[in-house]
Design a protein around this ligand. Structure first.
Ligand code: IDC
Length: 423
């Protein structure tokens, strides 16, 4: 891995402009310098325990956890140290698997949670905020995907064939049925949503006092099965989130709860029907619900490259994604974290695209997690852990936490200058 990037030495001497002085009224019940203003986009900031506005930048760790027998990502502690050195990140979206949390109905694997906690510590000791993400794709291993335990997978004998691209597997009959059984759209059997919410309570109980954890991503890319669109998002999905929020708040009143829209729609830039959720933290404390959509504009979600400014399609997708996301975040009263974005870094325009998304996140005051840190064609390192062309693009400075009301931050790559303004 290359030595610490040039900007880090440079940034010490570089101009960090603080516009306006620390105002006395910034001292409030949440402590000195608690963020209280909204982002320029009009949604809230995500804040830490001291009330500072957090600028979360990092990667997902890792897709390899999906198929690993132990459900853990490929990383060792030295890989976390290397990522910190190479990228200066402060955020990780860490994949969990329901099949590992609750391997048998009502039985929680505390040894698995201990191993997760060990990895959370690797990150936490290096200043990272960890978002625990209950990941699924295509429901579970019983339907050719990952996430749900086999005991919670009921397909009524319908098939789930492997597809290319993998996303098309969401339309396989066995997969649709498994989701319908989960959401209760197809009646009968165990209440799987109650199991899911209680599995979350078990996770939250384990991590309630862990300061390295910023929060819980309640479900990766939920899919409605045979119920789609607002009928799904405002219906079964919202009810599941309410159940999970309620279950988690029984044991953990402080960590942030991250909600995602349906897998298809908002992540492409369409509107979502997700309603505002209550957060029963108690004592009149402010809700800690964050909105964490993914960003996969349609041409790229199906494996295409970035066509840039000259062909309008992709840029229009980015613009509509931003507009819809900001509108939803304001409606939910929630800060924004881009829970996933990414592509094969060898595709045409890939670097330009990543740079553009990072700039957009900075403008929005949104957190961001690149998909993913699995060594290979999408990552900042190849299979031998040598840097790819992506590494210098992801390696950019940003404020980590701001005690006050952030106004803006901007990285000028050409001038190698970071400008941060806050009140
Ligand atoms: C992808 C992995 C790929 C794997 C596939 C199915 O990169 O190796 O075969 O999942 O498990 C998502 C998902 C995320 C996907 C990612 C890229 O949340 O799990 O990872 N993606 O396809 N949504 C849109 C894209």
């Amino acid at each position: 891995m290359r030595p610490p990037a040039a900007w880090r030495t440079w940034a010490v001497g570089c101009a960090v402009l603080a516009v306006a002085a620390a105002l006395l009224y910034a001292v409030g019940p949440k402590g000195a310098g608690a963020a209280r203003a909204d982002t320029a986009s009009g949604h809230r900031w995500i804040t830490d325990r001291q009330g500072r506005a957090l600028v979360l930048r990092g990667l997902s760790t890792a897709s390899s956890a999906k198929s690993a027998a132990d459900g853990l990502p490929w990383i060792k502690e030295e890989d976390v140290a290397r990522e910190r050195r190479a990228l200066g990140t402060n955020f990780v979206r860490f994949l969990l698997q329901w099949r590992k949390v609750e391997p048998a109905p009502g039985a929680y694997d505390t040894a698995y949670l201990d191993r997760v906690a060990e990895r959370v510590r690797w990150y936490g000791e290096r200043g990272y905020h960890v978002l625990l993400d209950m990941h699924q794709d295509l429901y579970g291993p019983g339907t050719g995907g990952n996430g749900a335990p086999k005991w919670a997978t009921r397909t009524d004998g319908l098939p789930s064939a492997a597809t290319d691209p993998w996303e098309l597997g969401y339309a396989e009959p066995g997969t649709v049925r498994a989701f319908d059984r989960f959401w209760g759209t197809a009646e009968g059997g165990r209440d799987l949503r109650a199991h899911y919410a209680r599995a979350w309570r078990a996770v939250a109980e384990r991590f309630a006092d862990d300061d390295a954890v910023i929060g819980y991503d309640l479900m990766n890319e939920p899919w409605g099965g045979s119920v789609q669109g607002p009928a799904f998002e405002a219906g079964p999905l919202a009810r599941l989130y309410e159940d999970c929020v309620g279950a988690i708040r029984e044991v953990d009143r402080d960590h942030w709860l991250f909600v995602e829209p349906s897998a298809i729609g908002a992540n492409w830039g369409f509107a979502t029907g997700l309603p505002r959720l209550d957060d029963p933290r108690g004592d009149g404390d402010e809700a800690r619900i964050a909105y964490a959509p993914h960003l996969y504009p349609l041409p790229m979600d199906l494996g295409g490259g970035y066509t840039g400014d000259t062909r309008r399609r992709v840029d229009a997708s980015l613009a509509s994604w931003r507009e819809q996301t900001e509108r939803t975040a304001r409606r939910l009263g929630a800060p924004v974290v881009i829970g996933e974005f990414g592509l094969d870094v060898g595709l045409p325009g890939a670097m330009e695209y990543v740079e553009k998304v990072q700039r957009m996140a900075d403008e929005m005051g949104a957190g961001i997690a690149y998909w993913s840190n699995d060594p290979g064609p999408w990552a900042p390192w190849d299979a031998e852990l040598r840097p790819t062309a992506l590494l210098p693009v992801l390696d950019r400075p940003s404020p980590r936490a701001i005690a006050g009301d952030p106004v803006s931050y901007r990285w000028d790559a050409r001038a190698r200058e970071l400008t941060v303004s806050w009140t």
